[in-house]
Design a protein around this ligand. Sequence first.
Ligand code: 2HA
Ligand code: ZN
Length: 273
Amino acid sequence: MTEEISKIGFIKELCATADNMYRLGWDERNGGNISYLIPEAEVKQHFDCSKVLRTIPLGFDAKELVGKYFLVTGTGKYFKNVKEDPENNLGLIRIAKDGVSAELIWGYSDGGKFTSELPAHLMSHITRLKVDPENRVVMHTHPTNLLAMTYVHELNTKTFTHTLWEMCTECIVVFPDGVEVLPWMLCGTNEIGEATAEKMNLSRVVVWSLHGVYGAGKSLDETFGLIETVEKAAQIYMLTAHLPRINTIKDEEMLQLVKRFGVQYRKDFLNVK
Ligand code: 2HA
Ligand code: ZN
């Protein structure tokens, strides 16, 4: 990393996050991708935004994001390598005025481009910004236990969420909006992007069955922490699913938690009156 680039807060943060996710074993090979909305004023402190290196077609219409800047992991790039060489593995793009292309301001230095999952990312940003104007991050990753769980648990949003909520006391407080579950779908397409974004209306976490997960949040830390908590719950499930379960967190107890912490939860996901 060159001295100057390593000092830029949002690049340093994304490098640290990708490195952390790689170390957890969630992002093998080129698995996973992150997009991070950076306010224009912050971008302009470090980059000359009048210089466009290249224009890259998006393959879909993102007119609602025209003029917005995103730091995005590159297609085919490994999370393992982001920290060592951010300029090659990351790119800073601005959604062009036409809404269907991206202007490259910095990065993808070997001639590469953004992740093939950009439709799912940008469509999810559009949805989440309507729900929460402070949303800045969309993160896709392959957490081991959550992925394993999609092979052995019913793929139903309500029952999947309920099982996760039962696995750690804090779950219903950390993700009271639950996890939405999508069936297996072909990745990298606008169709899976649209389905993911649609689910993001209801929840900040969307499970891609037999593949991985999407998470959204205000910061890299918050989004990472959200997925980390879901993954921890899935880990407890995978450690106990084959054993007779003699204890659980009851719905009445979860109700005490949501009242104590004052969170809005998916009421129809609990079987209490
Ligand atoms: O970019 O994880 O879903 C690699 C992936 C695709
Ligand atoms: Zn993936």
